[in-house]
Ligand binder design. Structure first.
Ligand code: 5GP
Length: 195
């Protein structure tokens, strides 16, 4: 083998890992992800696509890629969504290209996604994905947190709580469950789970 080729193989970065933060809406996935991104420079965040409408303050390409159902379905059909799920009557999915590119470049990629998508990631990447399920201290605290956001209607909160019950039922399928009652201890537990 020519020398140049050997060197090329040696220099190739070790493929990154997928860190999946899941659990019911309102449990604090976003806050934990922000702290993980701040503390771990080798980790980057996957920006999801969704068909839900934009909330005040959300920015296309930063919070989500906001798509029509038609646009979303075309991406799914072309195989460019790594995983996707229907949640609360809207599609949510992880665009494949960015994630693959970061993994190839040796970066770990953080996915903040609901449970069906998380389990699909585990199915596709059994050795590369670490699945963390955030558990609310109680279901009444979860409801309070959803209401406290001020961006969800009562009907939306009720619907998210019904979905939360189903999501809690699959938590045993995750690599680690962490009760999120306090950010610092939750962060420490997540760091240990990722190591
Ligand atoms: P929200 O409407 O509150 O932004 O998100 C609703 C749910 O969809 C949350 O549990 C969130 O983590 C999840 N979600 C966000 N992006 C994705 C994604 O790309 N794939 C999947 N499966 N779920 C996602």
């Amino acid at each position: 083998m020519p020398q140049g080729e050997v060197r090329k193989t040696e220099n190739r970065p070790k493929r990154g890992r997928l860190i999946v933060i899941s659990g019911p809406s309102g449990v604090g996935k976003g806050t934990l992800c922000k702290k993980l991104l701040h503390g771990l420079p080798h980790v980057c965040l996957s920006i999801s696509a969704t068909t839900r409408s934009k909330r005040p303050g959300e920015v296309h390409g930063q919070s989500y890629f906001f798509l029509t159902r038609g646009e979303f379905e075309r991406i799914v059909q072309s195989g460019d969504m790594l995983e996707y799920a229907e949640y609360n009557d809207c599609y949510y999915g992880t665009p494949r290209f960015y994630v693959e590119k970061q993994l190839e470049g040796g970066k770990d990629v953080l996915l903040e996604i609901e449970t069906q998508g998380a389990l699909e990631v585990k199915r596709q990447f059994p050795d590369e994905a670490r699945l963390i399920f955030l558990v609310p201290p109680s279901m009444s605290i979860l409801r309070e947190r959803l209401a406290g956001r001020g961006t969800n209607t009562k009907a939306d909160i009720d619907s998210r709580m019904r979905i939360a019950e189903k999501e809690m039922a699959v938590r045993e399928q995750f690599d680690v469950c962490i009760v999120n009652d306090e950010l610092t201890s939750c962060y420490q537990a997540a760091l240990e789970a990722i190591e």
